[in-house]
Design a protein around this ligand. Sequence first.
Ligand code: NAI
Ligand code: MG
Length: 341
Amino acid sequence: MTPTNASNQTITVIRGDGIGPEIMDAALYVLDAMKVGLQYEEADAGMVALEKHGELLPAATMDSIRRNRIALKSPLTTPVGEGFSSINVELRKRFDLYANVRPAKSFPNTKSRFPEDVDLITVRENTEGAYIGEGQMTSEDGQIATLTQKVTRKGSERIVRYAFDLARSTGRKKVTVVHKANILKSTSGLFLKVAREVAAQYPEIECNEMIVDNTCMQLVMRPEQFDIIVTTNLFGDIISDLCAGLVGGLGLAPGANIGADAAIFEAVHGSAPDIAGKGIANPCALLLAVGQMLDHLGKPDDATRLRAAIVATLEAKDSLTPDLGGQCNTMSFAQAIASRV
Ligand code: NAI
Ligand code: MG
C-alpha cells in the first residue's frame, strides 16, 4: 500500500492477550516519547474480545482496521476448539495481507550463535499454499487425510515483486527464491516459474534459487550469504522461525503483514502465558515491529532513531529483561530505550 506520511495519523491498537497488554504499554510509552504524532484507537480481539463482546474478532475491530489501514497488534491467544483455526490467519485472509515481512538481524548482547553476521529479511507469501488449510479432510474411517495446496500466478507474482521492490527500496543486493519445485512440480513449480519472470525485470538485483531443505542447512552454516529470501507460506513460516533462532530468539523477532489496503504490525512471538502478568516480557520484538510500521508510514528517520535506541540499550546491558540475561522488567527496559530516542 502507498505510505500515508500524514501527521496525526490514527492507528488501531490491539492490546491482545497474555503478555500483550504489558508489551503494548511499553511500546506505546516509547512511541509517545518519540513524539511522531500518531493517535491510537484501541480495539479488542482474541480472548479479551470473547469475554467482553462474545466474539473473537468483533465487527468494530474490523471497521477500525479498515478505516485506519494500520494496526499495531499484540499477540492473541487462539482458544482451542473455538471458531477460526487462528485469529491471526483470519485477519491476514480478511484484509488480504499477502506479504509477511520478517527481518532477522544480529543484535549486541544476545544469546546467539552468530553475534554479528545475520541481516536478512524473509518475505513470506501469506494468503495461499498449504498453510491456510484449504480442503482439509479426513475420510470417515480415519485412514486417509487430504489437503488442497493451491498456488496462483497472481499470488506468486505479487509476493516476488514485493521482495524485489523491497530490495530496490532498501538498497539490498540479492533475492533468494526458496522452493521445492523438484518434487512439488505443480505448486512450487509455478511459484518458481513466475519468480524467474519477475526476477528478469530487476536486472540490477542478483537472484538465486535454492531448494528449501538445502536452504535450512545453508542458513545454519553460512547465514551471511542471505539478504532477502522470498518463499511460499509454509516454507516461510518455518524459515522465519529458524532465522529468529539465529539472532537470539523470539524477544527480538518482529513481523509486518502487508496488503494493498491495510497493514498489521506485530511481534512474531505469542502471548507467552508462562510469564504473563509478571512484567518481565521483552518489549523489543513489538518495538521492532513499531520500527517497521514507521518505515511503512513514510517515517524512515524515526524508524532508524528507534532501532538505534534499541541497539544502544542492548549495548548498555543495564536494563535487559531475563530472556536476554538481565534482571530488569518490561517497563524499565522500555524507559531505558525511550531515554535514548
Ligand atoms: P509464545 O511465543 O507465546 O512463547 C514461547 C516461549 O517464548 C515461552 O517460554 C515464552 O515465555 C517466551 N517468550 C515469548 N515472547 C517473549 C517475550 N517477549 N519476552 C520473553 N519471553 C518470551 O508461544 P506459545 O506458548 O506456543 O503460544 C502461546 C499462545 O500464543 C498460543 O495461544 C498461540 O496460539 C498464541 N500465538 C499468537 C501469535 C500471534 O498473535 N501472532 C503467534 C504465536 C502464538
Ligand atoms: Mg510461525
